[in-house]
Ligand binder design. Structure first.
Ligand SMILES: [Zn+2]
Length: 488
């Protein structure tokens, strides 16, 4: 290995120092750098391309299901924020304020949006007049700021983060609840079909709901280090926000009715979960559906074979690009094939095609799967279908590993010692009966910082018939199953 290769490669171990390993993958794969201010990062082109990939999928699904994009100011007058008291209380410690414009002190402070209910809902109130204006579904792609004093972890913990926030209004509970579930399903689909991550879905305990919400639902992803990531949330807000911001409509009988509203969001934390789930000690591993480049072709030539190998590779590239795949032909003269293999492994390209004089003579291609290095030889004549199969296989391998991790990561436990011991030893989720009291969660939280990350939906059997008759913490009667875990 040359010095240069060592510098390029990952030196930390995912298993033994996951935090350092994660930071190294993010930087060496060219995804992000740390900004001069604590809590902020600079997203580099390869990192931003991942965000665009996520955006393309999700935005397409939103638009297919009646959502329109809009954009609201990033600064919100304090009086707007105060109209919904739960929002104010919920976000107060984390709000960044603008107090001056130039040298002038502002008459009213402006909040840098921590979320936009308080600026979007008042406008929905103006735009909604009759039942014919409903449902109204708006979404914005933007960044928000939450001033939390924690260590920076790119894409996981940053004061400013990129996200989308959807805000909708409906005639009744049923319409708003269906909306809440539609978005939750789309987040689940994003994780499973695009990011190749299996997730748990559920709702949050009442004490942990979004401020002012009726019901908060989420997708939760289990990371290899045993911690859970809240990967997207969808809130049924009831009529509380409609009441606070006066979102009413005239029904068929010209009677004034309160709308039911929802909000839902997912952030670049999904990229954090993606990086952490699949990547390894060689670097980033990406599923084909989000990889900015799905295939890299690495020619292996000598002086006398250069021309024929390169020509063959160009043919492969154009055939694959014609099907819509993104293909990088690495024809750099100044790098040897070994260096190129390492570099593209580090950067996570899902499939590598190696072409030497033998492949040219035999009219074949050698394909190497990024996740496990499996080699597959295919006929040149079958190139397109062979590559498509290989990419499907790469996705399937990544998803299967995530599925297995989740399956093994859910363990039943009952009793304080059992719950603490099980999470302490294995991480993952502990499934137990719960009485519904916050104090029982607090007890576990105080000891090992694990909390209830999900309880089953109300129509779920595990809610109706909890896994244990009694609460795993206090022993009183249980009202639902609860999933405890340490989380990001
Ligand atoms: Zn209890």
């Amino acid at each position: 290995m040359s010095d240069e290769t060592q510098e390029l490669g990952i030196t930390e171990s995912k298993e033994h120092s996951p935090g350092e390993w994660y930071a190294e993958v993010v930087q060496k794969a060219g995804l992000a750098d740390y900004a001069p201010m604590g809590g902020f990062i600079v997203t580099r082109p390869r990192g931003y391309a991942l965000w665009e990939g996520l955006q393309n999928h999700l935005d397409g699904w939103f638009k297919q299901t009646g959502v329109q994009n809009a954009y609201f100011p990033m600064l919100i007058p304090e009086s707007y924020l105060e109209a919904e008291k739960d929002i104010v209380e919920g976000f107060d410690p984390e709000v960044a304020w603008v107090t001056h414009g130039g040298h002038e002190e502002l008459e009213e402070r402006l909040a840098v949006r921590p979320t936009s209910e308080s600026i979007i809902t008042p406008f929905m109130s103006q735009w909604i007049r009759s039942h014919r204006d409903l449902p109204m579904r708006l979404n914005q792609w933007c960044s928000v700021i939450r001033w939390e004093a924690t260590d920076t972890k790119p894409f996981f913990r940053t004061k400013e983060f990129l996200w989308q926030e959807g805000h909708t209004a409906h005639r009744d509970r049923e319409g708003a609840w269906d909306e809440t579930m539609t978005r939750l399903d789309q987040y689940e689909r994003l994780y499973e079909d695009v990011l190749a991550i299996d997730v748990l879905t559920g709702r949050k305990p009442d004490h942990d709901k979004f401020p002012g919400a009726d019901t908060t639902t989420s997708v939760e992803a289990l990371m290899p280090d045993g911690k859970s990531v809240q990967g997207g949330t969808s809130h049924y807000l009831g009529t509380g926000f409609a009441e606070a911001y006066d979102v009413t409509y005239a029904d068929e009988d010209e009677e004034e009715q309160l709308a039911h509203t929802t909000s839902w969001g997912t952030s670049w934390r999904a990229l954090g979960a993606l990086i952490m789930s699949h990547s390894d000690d060689q670097g980033l591993v990406l599923p084909p559906a989000i990889a900015p480049e799905q295939v890299v072709i690495v020619p292996i030539w000598q002086e006398d074979t250069r021309e024929e190998v390169l020509e063959y590779c160009e043919g492969l590239q154009s055939d694959l690009e014609a099907t819509g795949l993104s293909v990088n032909l690495d024809d750099r003269d100044e790098r040897n094939p070994g260096f190129k293999f390492n570099e593209w492994e580090l950067k996570g390209i899902p499939l590598r095609i190696e072409v030497g004089p033998n492949e040219v003579d035999d009219e074949e291609v050698t394909m190497v799967h990024r996740p496990d290095g499996e080699n597959v030889v295919a006929d040149r004549a079958d190139l397109v279908s062979a590559v498509e199969d290989a990419l499907d296989t790469v996705h399937a391998k990544l998803f299967a590993a995530s599925e297995e991790r989740l399956e093994e990561g859910v363990r039943e436990a009952h009793g304080r010692a059992d719950i603490l011991g099980t999470i302490g030893q294995h991480g993952g989720y502990v499934k137990t009966g719960w009485c519904g009291e916050e104090s029982c969660e607090t007890e576990i939280k105080d000891q090992i910082a694990a909390e209830i990350v999900a309880v089953p939906m109300e129509d779920d059997e595990e809610h109706e018939t909890p896994v244990h008759d009694t609460c795993g913490v206090c022993g009183e009667e249980s009202v639902t199953t609860a999933y405890f875990a340490k989380s990001y």
